[in-house]
Design a protein around this ligand. Sequence first.
Ligand code: GSH
Length: 234
Amino acid sequence: MSDLSAFPITTRWPAQQPDRLQLYSLPTPNGVKVSIMLEELGLPYEPHMIDIGRNETWTPEFLALNPNGKIPAIIDPDGPGEQPIALFESGAILLYLAEKTGRFLPADPVLRYETIQWVFFQMAAVGPMFGQVGFFHKFAGRDYEDKRPLERYVAESKRLLGVLETRLAGRTWIMGEAYTIADISLLGWVRNLIGFYDAGDLVDFASLVQVPAWLERGLARPAVQRGLSIPLRP
Ligand SMILES: N[C@@H](CCC(=O)N[C@@H](CS)C(=O)NCC(=O)O)C(=O)O
């Protein structure tokens, strides 16, 4: 039986099954990357719902796991050297899980770095830019009189969607025939932009061909569907 008592987060969110990977998350575009990956892998894990609306990521127990105060984060009791490992940042977690299992990341070095490149593209560009569209279009920033920030983030998001549109031409997935962590990192963000953020018209999503078809293919995957609502919101 694994002992996770050295991790303060387990005092607030106790592990019922400490031998399983512990997921601390919420079904947001960053959170679902990890739940989708875990569902795709079929790894046993125990999800813990972290309520960001109640600032639970800013509690001392959560901050001890992620000093940056954000979901998702994990503890894998079966980490390298058979020691537990704690990780935050969804991109790092995707890479860790891909390397641990040898799945969803090509073994060929060139293809592997190409995949990682697209994961970084999501982490550095798509996530931050789409998130700002959400803030200025759907959340508090909606009431700001000055519309220039919204316009700037919409323009950049449209440009990024154009990059994806070009990349996906003639490809089923970002890496061609292989479904990888690049797709897993991006699907939730594109879905959220046109769904929850209601920004489809703003970014002229209807003018795209490849991205909507890719999104539909991704959303048709049962593991993606399951991962999109894990951990269950109350
Ligand atoms: N770069 C981080 C971003 C994580 C992030 O922004 N998480 C948001 C939810 S999508 C969060 O926890 N927000 C809580 C807060 O800022 O209070 C990652 O990809 O893991």
